[in-house]
Every structure is written in structure tokens, then in C-alpha cells.
Write a protein of this length. Structure first.
Length: 200
């Protein structure tokens, strides 16, 4: 049975993690750690992704999950944030695993010319985020606002099709989606729509 997290401070912890997320958005690809509080999310969603959900979700936002354990994850986030669970096409935030096919989020909202801010942020669980190459890692070279020249980061546990999908929906700036990646060690990076990605 899922319980509401008693160790999580909805003011202190949420504000702390929100500031970390904002800083990571301002410095695309720079690895941050989001941790510091004991929670017990259900299987199928990272500890860090849950904390990001706690910081960003509320009754005025909505979310979707396409993870395999969708029902328990949805109940857990709803219980702890009050945010309603909706379809991917309507969601402000979407939680997914990095190895799932991009087709699962094909109907995601990416804004309109009149309202470019009416778009989604995807929180993606990956295996590892690192500044150094490891076997099986995807090399991402980021450039754009907040990045001096270029920044390289290595991602293990995310399919190239998600990067290709992002490139398609972000082709007509200011339309597009923002991405937050988390790993098993509570590391995270943000990749806003303003960033360009070359993957190797």
C-alpha cells in the first residue's frame, strides 16, 4: 500500500530541490545531485525523479507516466503532490524510462506560436549520467544558451530515438519540450529546448 511521505518537508525540501532544478536548467548538461531526504517511491521510478515530481507538481499542474508500473507511480505522485494524472497529450510533465520507445510520447504537447509555454517537460529515468565515457554510454554534445562553447555529457540507459524525437519537436523554436534526466545515483541534468544536441 502506498503512503504519503512523512519525511518529506513540502516547504523546505521542495524549495531546495526547485532551486537545484532551476540552476540545472540555467546550466544545461551540468550534473547536479538531487537527494537529501528519505522517500520510498514505487518500483519503476527513480528516487531523484520522484523528488523532482514533488518539487514541480501541484494541484494546478498535471502529469502522465508511461513507465511499466504506471498505475502505482501515478497513485504515488498524486498522493504526494495533489497533481492530477492525465493523458500524455494533456500533461505538463511526463515521466518515462530512457529505454522506452519515443512513440509512447508521440502526442506530447510542444506549444503553439501563440502560447509556446504550453508545452511539456519530460523527466527521464536513465541508468547513469557521467562526465566520462563508460561502455554503452551515449555521448551528447550540448551547445546554446548557458553553455560556453560546448559541453559533453555521457548517458547510459537512454535510446537515441528519444534524442531524435526531441530534435523533431524542437525544430521550430520557441516551440519544443524541455527534458530532465535522472540516474540511479540521484544525479540529474536538464536539457532545455534552447539547447542543441549532437549525439555520437
Amino acid at each position: 500500500m502506498l503512503n504519503r511521505e512523512s519525511h518529506y518537508d513540502e516547504v523546505f525540501d521542495a524549495q531546495l530541490h526547485f532551486r537545484i532544478i532551476l540552476d540545472a536548467m540555467a546550466k544545461p548538461g551540468i550534473i547536479k545531485t538531487i537527494d537529501g531526504v528519505k522517500i520510498n517511491p514505487p518500483q519503476g521510478i527513480h528516487h531523484a525523479s520522484s523528488l523532482i515530481g514533488f518539487a514541480l507538481l501541484n494541484a494546478d499542474t498535471c502529469f502522465s507516466s508511461v513507465q511499466l508500473n504506471q498505475k502505482e507511480i501515478a497513485e504515488y505522485l498524486l498522493l504526494n503532490t495533489g497533481a492530477p494524472f492525465v493523458t500524455e497529450a494533456s500533461a505538463d510533465f511526463i515521466f518515462m524510462d530512457g529505454m522506452q520507445p519515443a512513440e509512447l510520447i508521440a502526442s506530447i504537447k510542444f506549444g503553439t506560436l501563440e502560447y509556446p509555454e504550453n508545452s511539456a517537460t519530460i523527466i527521464i529515468d536513465v541508468e547513469e549520467i557521467s562526465d566520462s565515457m563508460n561502455e554503452g554510454s551515449l555521448s551528447l554534445i550540448l551547445s546554446g544558451p548557458g553553455i560556453e562553447n560546448q559541453h559533453r555529457v555521457f548517458i547510459k540507459g537512454m535510446g537515441e530515438q528519444i534524442i531524435s524525437f526531441r530534435s523533431e519537436v524542437n525544430a521550430e523554436y520557441p516551440l519544443g519540450i524541455d527534458m530532465i534526466l535522472t540516474d540511479l545515483n540521484n544525479r540529474m541534468i536538464c536539457i532545455p529546448r534552447t539547447s542543441k544536441i549532437v549525439h555520437e
